[in-house]
Design a protein around this ligand. Structure first.
Ligand SMILES: Cc1cc2nc3c(=O)[nH]c(=O)nc-3n(C[C@H](O)[C@H](O)[C@H](O)COP(=O)(O)OP(=O)(O)OC[C@H]3O[C@@H](n4cnc5c(N)ncnc54)[C@H](O)[C@@H]3O)c2cc1C
Length: 311
């Protein structure tokens, strides 16, 4: 292991208890694709103080690092990740309703979308139904303005508590300051860390909200290969078309390399049909890109984030 990484891990251990600093941790345990070799270290931080100290340590040392949410949009190399993966837990897994305004809710970045949805449904708060089936965390969803069924996270987020990548400058950004666009926010450009999101919802009947959530879940389950590990839509929606339709038109449904396959159920998904390596997925993605480009002239861009690997 690189000397810088070793020294940084040592320093991190003076701020974060040893049991939350995992060495050579297989990333296949932390990604929805169930793919990825070991990260040099996988650190779970439980509060803002720990996070600030860890971010200062990696910044000072110039150590390679990245933040991980629920790992549902990542394809990690079979070689693993040579740096430090940082995940939020503890205080970042809370959700509270504002004492003065019952329509305002604050969710920590580590909260899963499904748990946020369950909380809002129970409390009779509507507006988040579209996001209930997205298998990511609030942090990951805000980072990339996740969306589904006509809604996007920017539609409900009022403000976001953030920290700079060096662990300094804790502040709150407004919805406008987040500069949300299609699967993108300012956090990506500026390397900003998302700590929590303040959302504004509307009061509604819990049973009606639950019915809408169930309907969208049914749609999702009937259209998407939810029984196989994947990272969701593999490619971004290109201008003037849909990746899934282009892939299907090129006759690539079911195209397989090793354990990776273009889903028969939804051609926008590359799935892990069993023991897929990162290289298998990349082989499928490369073939899909080349074939669609030669058939339609459209170059598909990956939506899945490629970690320590490339097309
Ligand atoms: C079956 C399936 C269905 C899916 N359906 C949808 C869908 O309908 N709509 C949709 O938009 N996506 C969908 N996805 C993709 C994925 O769930 C979303 O992109 C989700 O927002 C990723 O969140 P995450 O917490 O898993 O982030 P990760 O995959 O862990 O990370 C994604 C990026 O966010 C960054 N990040 C994560 N947390 C933070 C933080 N706190 N601060 C700063 N940066 C952070 C990471 O560094 C990384 O660059 C689907 C995925 C699967 C597997």
């Amino acid at each position: 292991m690189h000397e810088i990484i070793l020294k940084t891990i040592e320093r991190i251990c003076s701020y974060v208890p040893e049991e939350r600093v995992l060495r050579d941790e297989p990333m296949s345990r932390h990604t929805s694709f169930r793919i990825g070799g070991p990260a040099a270290a996988f650190v779970t931080v439980n509060d803002e103080k720990e996070l600030a100290a860890v971010m200062a340590a990696v910044t000072d040392a110039g150590a390679e690092h990245m933040m991980i949410g629920n790992g549902s949009n990542l394809l990690v190399s079979d070689e693993g990740y040579p740096g430090i993966m940082i995940k939020l837990g503890g205080d970042f897994e809370t959700i509270t309703r504002d004492a003065d305004d019952p329509c305002i809710v604050r969710a920590g970045a580590a909260m899963l979308m499904s748990r946020v949805s369950a909380f809002l449904t129970e409390n009779g708060l509507s507006g988040f139904e579209f996001a209930s089936g997205i298998p990511g965390s609030i942090g990951g969803a805000v980072f990339m303005n996740a969306g589904a069924y006509g809604g996007e996270i920017r539609d409900v987020v009022r403000a976001v508590r953030v920290m700079d990548a060096d662990g300094k400058n804790l502040r709150t950004l407004s919805n406008e300051e987040m500069q949300f666009s299609y699967r993108h926010s300012v956090a990506e450009d500026a390397g900003i860390l998302i700590l929590s999101a303040e959302m504004e919802l509307k009061e509604d009947d819990p049973d009606e909200i639950a019915a809408r959530v169930a309907e969208l879940q049914f749609k999702r389950n009937s259209k998407q290969p939810v029984n196989y590990p994947s990272a969701g839509s593999t490619f971004k929606r290109p201008v003037g078309g849909y990746a899934a339709a282009l892939i299907e038109q090129s006759g690539l449904k079911g195209y397989t390399a090793g354990g990776a396959q273009v889903s028969e159920k939804h051609s926008g998904f590359v799935i892990n049909i069993g023991g897929a390596s990162c290289e298998d997925v990349l082989a499928v993605m490369r073939h899909v890109r080349e074939t669609v480009l030669s058939d339609s002239g459209i170059l598909l861009e990956p939506e899945v984030r490629l970690i320590n690997c490339s097309l």
